[in-house]
Design a protein around this ligand. Structure first.
Ligand SMILES: Cc1cc2nc3c(=O)[nH]c(=O)nc-3n(C[C@H](O)[C@H](O)[C@H](O)COP(=O)(O)OP(=O)(O)OC[C@H]3O[C@@H](n4cnc5c(N)ncnc54)[C@H](O)[C@@H]3O)c2cc1C
Length: 372
């Protein structure tokens, strides 16, 4: 039975059809993030409770929204995933004061959120972060340099992973909320990337910036990992949308293109390749659905790791196959496949690489091995 559609899924589909597909190439050319579109998308408080002004979606429905968004542009979809993680965390775990000043603005899209964990020397190994929080009266001051900060210079509030003591490991990691518009916050480096020039990503320098603690010292890494599990599931869902869009582009092209007196879609070599692309898409969507149902349970992290490992890999293979179906035209920007290949590659890395997902899965296998 097909799942009933929801208003949020319909809204995502309309956003992609009316605003993302027609404009994404202009955003790329102008290298400008469409903040006003993100703000007005109606999808900025997906996992925030309705009484706080959000949509209060369950994770399975939320993942169907991200699947639709992935059909438009995976980098724009990723920015909404990150914003939604921040909006949900502030509203669910913020102090009364933080919720008062930021909660409803984030949910409504009046403010955009960013999440800043990575540092130049600490990527996959998040416990190697060195950004320090120093107590200052009732609040905190942050000192450090963050890397790979998406929505650099654009997001209004960043959740920043930091340390409160000298110890290493997870023991003193906290999550602090930092407003962009203040002394002590700057973005000295914006990266030049392989694609998605409209999404600013770069370094954030924290030089005594005022901050409010969201997750207190010691619980920061757990809080970050819980938020990242939802984000990883979002990314797997976005990969499904990207995969589905690549397949549709290839199908429409192969239906209309002729060679040797027949439709390209009639060649068995092409049909079988597209059949495999379709099977992989089914498998990705089933893994995402299962992960979404298990989020928040003890089985969540491993289910999410399976989906995050598989779906972007499958999407990358699909975009390469679908580009081949278009022959030389797959390489032109008249069709989106060259962009999709770069985006699928990005989805493999963001919110934890495929290797890190394998580590999570292998750790669970080890526990199982001990119990045999
Ligand atoms: C487009 C984009 C946007 C991003 N946005 C954000 C953001 O907004 N906020 C943020 O905090 N971060 C962001 N990141 C950073 C991202 O989360 C990191 O790039 C990612 O965690 C990997 O870290 P790294 O690139 O430093 O790789 P490294 O950790 O240096 O790894 C290098 C290679 O070694 C592999 N590897 C590492 N450890 C192991 C291991 N134990 N076993 C096997 N293989 C291993 C990795 O998989 C990778 O292939 C973004 C990244 C991208 C590409």
């Amino acid at each position: 039975m097909p799942e009933p559609e929801s208003q949020a899924v319909d809204a995502a589909r309309a956003l992609v059809r009316d605003h993302v597909r027609p404009r994404v190439r202009d955003w790329e050319r102008e290298a400008r993030y469409p903040a006003e579109l993100a703000a007005a998308s109606g999808l900025t408080g997906m996992f925030v409770a309705a009484e706080r002004g959000g949509l209060g979606l369950g994770y399975p429905e939320g993942m169907r929204v991200f699947d639709e968004l992935g059909r438009g542009d995976a980098a724009f979809a990723f920015s909404l995933s990150m914003h939604n993680a921040v909006a949900a965390a502030v509203n669910a775990a913020g102090s009364a004061e933080l919720v008062e000043s930021w909660g409803s603005r984030l949910a409504a899209g009046a403010a955009l959120g960013g999440f800043s964990l990575t540092e130049p020397q600490a990527g996959s190994d998040a416990a190697a972060i060195t950004t320090r929080a120093v107590a200052d009266g009732d609040g905190w001051r942050l000192h450090g340099r963050k890397a790979w900060v998406s929505l650099a210079g654009v997001a209004d509030l960043f959740l920043v992973a930091c340390r409160t003591g000298e110890g290493g490991g997870h023991g003193d990691v906290a999550i602090a909320a930092v407003a962009r518009e203040q002394a002590g916050v700057s973005f000295p480096v914006i990266y030049e990337k392989a694609a998605s020039s409209f999404l600013p990503i770069g370094e954030m320098l924290l030089d005594g910036a005022a901050a409010t603690m969201l997750a207190p010292p010691g619980s920061g890494m757990r809080a970050a990992l819980a938020a990242i599990d939802v984000a990883r599931c979002d990314i797997a869902a976005i990969a499904c949308g990207l995969h589905a869009e690549a397949l549709d582009v290839a199908l429409a092209y192969a239906r209309d293109r002729h060679a040797f007196g027949s439709r390209v879609l009639d060649f068995q070599g092409i049909r079988w390749q597209l059949a495999d692309v379709a099977t992989a898409l089914e498998a990705s969507r089933l893994l995402v659905r299962q992960a979404a149902e298990r989020l928040g349970t003890a089985d969540g992290p491993v289910a999410v790791a399976h989906a995050k490992r598989f779906a972007p890999d499958a999407a990358l293979a699909a975009t390469i196959t679908c580009s081949e179906v278009l022959g030389a035209y797959g390489w032109l920007h008249d069709h989106p496949l060259a962009r999709f290949i770069a985006l699928a590659k990005m989805l493999q890395v963001v919110d934890g690489t495929a290797e890190i997902q394998r580590l999570v899965i292998a750790r669970a296998l080890d526990r199982r091995a001990q119990s045999l």
